[in-house]
Design a protein around this ligand. Structure first.
Ligand code: SF4
Ligand code: SF4
Length: 94
C-alpha cells in the first residue's frame, strides 16, 4: 500500500512534530517560510515509500496534513472461460 501527503501551507506552523513521528523519515523542514514566518514542512519521497499510515496527520496540531492512500480492490468474475479483473481506488483519509 502506498500513500502521499499534502500540506496546507496556510495552516502549517513549522513545529516539526510530523517530522519526528514519520516512521519512514519522509517529512522534513523546508527552506521556505510562510508569510507569517513559519518554516514549512515538505514531503520528500522519491521512492514512494509513504505508506499512508497517517501518523503525521493524526498528530499535527494544526490539521495541516492530508493523507491519501492508494487502495487496490480486486474483483474477479469467472464464467466458463471468461475472467474479468478490476482494480481501482484512491482514498482520502482526512
Ligand atoms: S505537525 Fe503540522 S504544523 Fe507541525 S510542521 Fe508538521 S504539518 Fe506543520
Ligand atoms: S503517512 Fe505515514 S509514512 Fe506517509 S508521511 Fe505521514 S507518517 Fe510518513
Amino acid at each position: 500500500m502506498t500513500g502521499y501527503v499534502t500540506i496546507d501551507e496556510s495552516l502549517c506552523k513549522g513545529c516539526a512534530l510530523c517530522v519526528t513521528v514519520c516512521p519512514k523519515g519522509l517529512l522534513q523542514l523546508a527552506r521556505r517560510f510562510t508569510s507569517k514566518g513559519y518554516q514549512l514542512v515538505e514531503l520528500i519521497d522519491p521512492a514512494s515509500a509513504c505508506t499512508g499510515c497517517a501518523i503525521c496527520a493524526t498528530l499535527c496540531p494544526e490539521a495541516a496534513l492530508r493523507v491519501y492512500r492508494t487502495v487496490k480492490k480486486s474483483l474477479s468474475l469467472r464464467s466458463g472461460q471468461e475472467s474479468l479483473s478490476l482494480r481501482s481506488g484512491q482514498g482520502d483519509l482526512r
